[in-house]
Ligand binder design. Sequence first.
Ligand SMILES: NC(=[NH2+])NCCC[C@H](N)C(=O)O
Length: 404
Amino acid sequence: MTHYVDSEVARLGTVLLHRPGPELARLTPRNNDSLLFDAIPWVGRAQEEHDAFAAALRSRGVEVLYLADLLAETLAVPDARSELTEQVLRSPRLGDTLRARVADHLAYLDPAALADVFTAGLAHEELRIGAERPGGLVWTLMDRHDFVIDPLPNLLFTRDSSVWIGDRVGVTSLAMPARRRETTLTDAIYRYHPRFVGTEFVYHPGLEHLEGGDVLLLAPGVLAVGVGERTTPAGAERLARQVFAAGLAHTILVVPIAQERATMHLDTVCTMVDVDAVLMYPNIASELSAYTVVAGADGEPRVDGPAPFLRAAADAMDLDQLRVIDTGLDPVTAEREQWDDGNNTLALAPRLCVGYERNVETNAQLERAGIEVIAIAGSELGSGRGGPRCMSCPLVREKGGGPA
Ligand SMILES: NC(=[NH2+])NCCC[C@H](N)C(=O)O
C-alpha cells in the first residue's frame, strides 16, 4: 500500500477520519474550555453529521479509514498494546496504588474496548474500587468529576496529529496539553498497524511544536507552515530541516498568524481549492506575510523575507499569481464565517471541495469562482472549532499536484 500526498488539491484517494464517539460525551460546562470546545455538542447529531461527511467522501470515490478501527487493530499487536498501556500508566497524576488499579482494569479489555478507553478516557466512577481493591490516597482525594485517564475529544480533528508529506508521515508535536496524548495513538498506529509497516517518519512528537493544521502542501515541493498559537518558529525550522534532509520539498514558506483562538492554525484562514487558487479570510489575506526558507548549500535552512504571502507563494510555486477567493463580502459576515470554519475546506480534487453548509456567503463565493462545494451540516461538529479540513488527514492523493 503506497500512501503519498504532495499537494492540497490533487484527487483524494484515502483519508483518515475519526467518527466522534464517547469522548465527546465527556464534555461538560466545567471542562469544555480546557478541552478546547466552545460548546457542549449533541453527540448523536454530531455522529450523524460526521457520517454524512464520510458518505459524501465515499460517494466521490474516497477511501475512508477510521482512527478507532485502526487503533483497535493496532492494539491487537502485543507490543503496541503494552507500549500504549505503559504510556497511559506513566502519568505522574496516578500514584502507585491507583496505577495498579488502572493496570488491572486495562488488562482485561479486548482491543476495541481498550481503544475506547484510550480515546474516551476513564472517569472516576468507572473504575471498580472496593475494600479488596482500594484506590488509595489519589483515588480518595480525587474530585468526582476528574478523569483517571483524560478523554481526547479533539481526536475528531485528525488533521492535526499527523501529516503526510510525500511518502512519509509526520507524527506531530501538539502544543495544547489537552491534545498531547493524541499523538501516542497516531504514532502507534503508524508504527504497528500492518497497513503501515515500513512507513518512514518525517516528524516525531518529541520534537518542537508542530500541528498538521498549520501545514499546507501548496504544490509538490512547496510547503507553507503557519506559526502562531500552535506551531512555533522552532517547529517550522525543525520541519524544514527534516523535509530538506529527506528531499521532500525545496521551499518552505513560514507564515506568521495571530496567536488567537480564531486563527489557531493556518488552515483556519487559508485553504487551497485549485492548483492555483486559495480561499482566504479577507480581513487578513492582504496582511499575511511569509519568510521563504530553502536548503542552503551547507544543509542549513536559509531564510529570506518577509514578503507578502501571496507573492512568495506564487513565486515558490512557479505561478504568475495565485488566485484568491475571499470569504465574504462584508467584514462582519466574513468574520462570522471564518469563525465557523468557512475557510476550512477540504479539496477532493481541483475545483471540488467540502465545506460547511452554514457558510452561505463563502460557499456562494466559491461557486461563483467555479469551485464546486459539497455542503455538509456541521452545527455540532463545528463546536470544537474545526471544519472539513481539520477533520481529515489525507493519506493518498494523486501524485504531482493534480491536473491544472
Ligand atoms: N486544523 C485545525 N484547524 N484544527 C482545529 C482544531 C480544533 C481543536 N478544538 C483545537 O483547539 O485544537
